[in-house]
Write a protein that binds this ligand. Sequence first.
Ligand SMILES: [Zn+2]
Length: 525
Amino acid sequence: MFRKLILAWGACALLSAQSNRFDILITGAKVVDGSGSAWFYGDVGIRGDTIAAVGLIPDADAAMRIDGRGMVVAPGFIDIHSHGRRGIGAVPAAENYLREGVTTIIEGPDGSSPLPIAQFLAGIRKTPVSINFGTCVGQGSIRSQVIGLANRKATPEEIGKMKDIAEQAMRDGAFCLSTGLFYVPGNFTPTEEVIELAKVVGRMGGFHISHMREEAGHVLDSVKETIRIGEEGGLPTQVTHHKIIGQPNWGQSVATLKLVEEARARGVDVTIDQYPYTASSTGVAALLPQWALEGGPKSTAERLAAPEQRARIKTVVVENLKYDRGAGDPKNVVIVNCGFDRSLAGKSLADITRARGAEPTLENAAETAMDLVNQGGCSAVYHAISEEDVVRIMRSPYAMVASDGDIPVFGQAAPHPRSYGTFARVLGVYVREQKVIPLEEAVRKMSGYPAERLKLWDRGLLRPGMKADVVVFDPGKVADRATYEQPHQFSVGFSEVIVNGKLALHEGNVTAERPGKVLLGPSAR
Ligand SMILES: [Zn+2]
């Protein structure tokens, strides 16, 4: 009896000694836990790949101590709209993301993902990377696998096939169904067809995320359509990279946010994500009418070579330069990269038109744009969003932060600065300088809220038992540095970035650790 008691006491002491021993201990920081709750001073203890303790931890013993005084400790950020498959193979450290606190990216946006998902994720697993990686399945990719890039309705049999692919994708680990109803072939898809796939994905625990059909003059219809997909598909639905394009449409975010709030009031789970910039980025082909893109680049080239069709295309390009992505001036369209001529990176449509010996009028710039598309296409940055709309959307409690960026090869091309700066910019410009939202709310939009949307129940918050994705930053110094003119500049202010309990960034330096994992959606766990 006495011996048993001693044994029990011994085991207990051992346990309590263990419970104050950590692999990493961050002390005396402002804890911003990702839920939106007010910060408090505390310590965060990490053991293995898990957060073991949060709060004031007395008599703690740790293999590594990080002095958090003057710093904020927060959950690692989750980028719910990422094009990170571009670059993650070449840049497995994903330094642009680490240096703005991102520890998880979600790929497969805008209706586009590799298929099958199992094979895509197996490919990602081959190279150890620094951050976690998950994906959506793209509706456009599913459709093009079944009926190609044709502009027609799908037959019931074809819709059946698409539903099977969506179901398999969810079983393989997709988190969501993404649509890109602005892009070929999403733009050929009736809403009803998307709803059929949404029902499958919703039943399996996923959500819908949309690059909407239109973000300029018809943005209200697009938000209504996104809400309808959620309402009739029976699943959460997200307006991704929400913005209002084109000067005549500025201010429409008042109405779009009202639509979101009304839908939520009647029980539709609608959410938003956003990047904090007044320029967007996509292909130059986005200036062309959608009918001109049917069938892919070869068909487009044929249309551009036929004078009558070229004239009809030009009319629309001129309109888009005037009222839509061009915001009235070809200098607002700046080339990111042209595969056929790298020297065009950083030049505007006005510059290129002038270099061709023509005045940079809307008509002449339209000719330039059509020729760029014809030569193989280019990506571009479009300065056509107002700051008021950016701020209004950011203030919505239903809006998360997401980059829509990728993993650039440092120094290559002239990418949109969002890849380097999105998260740090919100913390520096919109929290510290302009006080648009409080720090705790910004961190929630970057961690707890996207985790909830993804049903990623073991990440996104600082809580014992959660996976140890943890960041430490200086709230007085955190800032984005990337600009449109000089995009290849890392954000500053992050000293420690811990992914699955391992330091991927330590004392401001990228380490040799590659602790990122492939994360699986709710139907594959
Ligand atoms: Zn998009």
